[in-house]
Design a protein around this ligand. Structure first.
Ligand SMILES: [Zn+2]
Length: 146
């Protein structure tokens, strides 16, 4: 695996469906055909019954914010591409990252761009969606539901 491109640009064959679907705007999870356990992030092997027979399904994307924190120094590819400091490659604007409970046992992590952690609270209704970054990578963002 190329760690330089780790951020959801995964080349493993078993999870290629996840990356391809994200690029098409869908967040996918896996479900064990034998015991019905569901996994997000998707797993290709069931850790409950050890079966390798898994089905893909599209995750619900709306849910409640379970937890969040503020990242002070973002990975370069998440930083806003505006230059505010001489010689800096990007603006270091802190950004929250949160965990969204969309279904029993399924929680989606995502960036909450252009929002202050002060404006968030546990229980907020939010929606997760894939977003293509300028460099071609795809990430997941969380946005408030009006
Ligand atoms: Zn299983």
């Amino acid at each position: 695996m190329d760690f330089k491109k780790f951020s959801l640009m995964i080349n493993e064959i078993k999870v290629a469906t996840f990356a391809d679907s994200l690029a098409q705007g869908r967040i996918m999870a896996t479900r064990c055909k034998k015991c019905n356990c569901e996994y997000y992030p998707p797993q290709s092997d069931c850790s409950q019954c050890l079966s390798q027979e898994m089905d893909w399904f599209e995750c619900p994307t709306e849910g409640k914010l379970v937890s969040f924190t503020q990242i002070m120094v973002l990975p370069e590819h998440f930083a806003l591409p505006e230059l505010s400091v001489p010689f800096a490659k990007a603006t270091l604007t802190p950004s929250p990252v949160g965990l969204l409970d969309v279904k029993e046992g399924i929680r989606i992590m995502g960036w909450i761009p252009r929002t202050s952690a002060n404006d968030l609270k546990v229980g907020d209704r939010m929606k997760a969606s894939p977003q293509a970054l300028d460099d071609g990578r795809v990430t997941i963002i969380l946005e408030m539901i009006e």
